[in-house]
Design a binder for this molecule. Structure first.
Ligand SMILES: Cc1cc2nc3c(=O)[nH]c(=O)nc-3n(C[C@H](O)[C@H](O)[C@H](O)COP(=O)(O)OP(=O)(O)OC[C@H]3O[C@@H](n4cnc5c(N)ncnc54)[C@H](O)[C@@H]3O)c2cc1C
Length: 306
């Protein structure tokens, strides 16, 4: 049978729809139906895959009515973001803009307003695209994933959450409940950069940087890279290389070389070849570190400048 994979408007198979009102109810449904079930949050990834018959879940568990899964809270250990919180809510949150500017900078690049009004932060992470735009800033922030399932609750570093393209550490009876992001180190500068096919598209390559200087010397630097490996990754080697160094042109170049050396070609890479990703990740590293430093120095950053 011919399936139009580009512009299909119907979901051509039957499924049962469930709309739990609590996390417990959702977990109970997940335990009952296991791998036959898919969670529906905003549906901006899931429904596309269902229309294209990439997946054909027999049970859809819609989590939109679960109040406990939405909202942004300031706690002692950081900012807690409910998994079903819409990207548009994050975009409009002063708290996110002020306390987690690197996440805010990423969110405002994601899709269109219409997409951000539907799409959730949890959906972006659980879809586990190697270039998911919320993943890199959250990895750089050392964020954690709070997971709930039939055996209770567990919290893991986001770095352990992504295990392959489209694959997460979630078991069939588990769901993501919350993302917990620690606060930024004091006086840190941040930057998120992305190159995609169009302005409204997911990144081909993205990169998030958090930089802290002690005088002119790097005290701490965190670099997360997306679209260049089977999962979004932290580039610890470049972070270690930068520690204790001044950000001279030579040091920036060497750090960028280390980052681009982490591009690991995949068998199925449709958007761009590895050489392109190497060149882009190199350029984005230099730009992101330069912008983060300018922000620490309180200098205006004009991304349109030459
Ligand atoms: C036109 C368009 C533009 C886009 N642009 C971008 C972009 O610029 N950057 C980008 O990164 N992405 C982009 N996307 C992809 C998508 O919008 C995002 O990944 C979005 O955040 C997904 O969230 P959602 O709530 O719609 O997820 P859904 O589609 O509802 O779910 C995605 C996956 O996660 C699972 N899931 C959802 N929530 C949970 C949970 N709490 N626990 C366990 N599993 C869960 C679902 O079962 C499904 O497998 C775009 C998509 C479209 C259609």
């Amino acid at each position: 049978m011919y399936i139009n994979k580009l512009n299909t408007h119907i979901i051509p198979f039957k499924f049962e729809y469930h709309a739990p009102k609590s996390v417990e109810e959702a977990v109970e449904l997940l335990s009952r139906y296991g791998e036959e079930a898919s969670i529906l949050a905003g549906g901006t990834d899931l429904l596309v895959k269902m229309k294209q018959r990439v997946i054909e879940p027999k049970h859809i568990i819609d989590i939109k009515r679960i109040k406990d899964l939405t909202g942004i809270r300031e706690e002692e250990d950081g900012i807690h973001i409910g998994a079903a919180t819409k990207l548009r809510t994050l975009e409009r949150s002063k708290l996110i803009e002020e306390k987690l500017p690197v996440l805010h900078e990423a969110v405002i690049t994601m899709g269109s307003v219409q997409i951000r009004n539907m799409a959730t932060i949890g959906g972006n992470l659980c879809n586990a695209s190697p270039s998911a735009d919320a993943a890199t800033p959250l990895l750089a922030l050392n964020a954690e994933a709070k997971i709930v399932g039939s055996e209770g609750e567990r919290i893991i570093p986001l770095e352990e959450f992504f295990i392959g393209p489209g694959k997460t550490a979630l078991k069939p009876d588990e769901m993501l409940a919350e993302v917990i992001s620690p606060y930024l180190p004091e006086n840190a500068g941040t930057s998120f950069m992305k190159i995609g096919w169009t302005d409204f598209d997911i990144a081909t390559v993205n990169l998030a940087v958090i930089l802290k200087l002690e005088g002119e010397v790097v005290d701490e630097c965190r670099i997360a890279l997306g679209g260049c490996a089977p999962t979004p990754i932290r580039v610890h080697k470049a972070e270690e290389f930068l520690r204790g160094k001044k950000l001279t042109d030579e040091v920036l170049e060497e750090a960028a070389n280390i980052v681009s050396g982490h591009v690991r070609p995949r068998a199925r890479w449709r958007r761009a070849p590895p050489e392109y990703r190497r060149a882009v990740s190199r350029a984005l590293t230099i730009d992101a570190l330069t912008i983060a430093r300018k922000r620490i120095e309180g200098l205006e950053v004009n991304r349109g400048e030459d």
